[in-house]
Ligand binder design. Structure first.
Ligand code: NAD
Ligand code: ZN
Length: 248
């Protein structure tokens, strides 16, 4: 299976990779649905919504403060590094990520399409006229919770896309365009969160060879042309090692 994937990577003019939380698991970033996904017995669905923030901004920010602290200590793993190398090696390569941790960028990946924003960005909750649409703030931890907008003194919120919110239309459009590819590789995502999961279907419709890398079965496993049941940090370096050796 590794050799089959390597040969597809060699032949493909356009490669699109979509990653989810599982790709960062080996770096120590907890996935939402795996072990460590709960925080103080709250599920992400109870915290990552505009309604939860409106109700209790302090609680939601305590959770983000904790996640930012965890992520700040994490380093990219072998999966991030291989994808970063591919992004520089193959001109037709696109990386779409659902992750908000910034580890793909940290590994040096070019042209990352961030579906769900970044945990390192914030924006004014009131969208005050004097603040930019969003800005980077790497303060870890915020000394005062909830942190306030430096422009109007109101609340700021994390620059991530919450459940029920819209994905940036430009990111969505560029991601949809990237599904017109020869090889569509999905790694570390449970394939249940739409519209991200829809990109996989779209790639199939466009005739891409579809591959899934995940230690567990997912709703996409049956439909993928190739389903590799192992960690992305194991599989991707093995594939890359075959690419570097002489093609058969
Ligand atoms: P998820 O938590 O629903 O699923 C993670 C998937 O990764 C699971 O299917 C699991 O089997 C798989 N997995 C676990 N270890 C793996 C490994 N070593 N290699 C490959 N796969 C592995 O995550 P999701 O589907 O990405 O969706 C949850 C949403 O929550 C995302 O859209 C994202 O915005 C957000 N989130 C982000 C982060 C992050 O930035 N690192 C972490 C948690 C959640
Ligand atoms: Zn403001």
């Amino acid at each position: 299976m590794i050799e089959e994937l390597a040969s597809k990577v060699r032949q493909a003019a356009r490669i699109t990779v979509m990653t989810g939380a599982g790709v960062s698991a080996a770096s120590g970033v907890p996935t939402f649905r795996g072990a460590g996904g709960l925080w103080r017995n709250y599920s992400p669905e109870q915290l990552a919504t505009p309604e939860a923030f409106a109700r209790d901004p302090r609680l939601v920010w305590e959770w983000y403060n904790w996640r930012r602290e965890v992520i700040a200590k994490c380093e990219p793993n072998a999966a991030h590094r291989v994808l970063a190398a591919w992004s520089r090696r193959y001109p037709g390569f696109t990386l779409i990520t659902q992750n908000v941790d910034g580890l793909h960028e940290h590994a040096g990946t070019d042209r990352v399409l961030r579906f769900h924003g970044s945990i390192w960005e914030v924006l004014c909750w009131e969208r005050c006229s004097s603040s930019p649409p969003r800005w980077i703030d790497r303060t870890v931890p915020f000394p005062v919770i909830p942190p306030s907008c430096p422009h109007c003194g109101g609340l700021i919120r994390p620059g991530v896309v919450w459940f029920g919110e819209m994905i940036d239309p430009e990111v969505l459009e560029r991601s949809a365009e990237a599904t017109k590819c020869d090889l569509f590789l999905m790694a570390g995502t449970s394939a249940v969160v739409y519209p991200a999961a829809g990109l996989f279907q779209s790639a199939r419709v466009h005739g891409a060879f579809t591959v899934e890398i995940n230690p567990d079965e997912t709703p996409a496993s049956g439909a993928a042309d190739l389903s590799i049941r192992a960690g992305a940090e194991i599989v991707l370096p093995e594939v890359d090692a075959r690419l570097s050796s002489k093609a058969p």
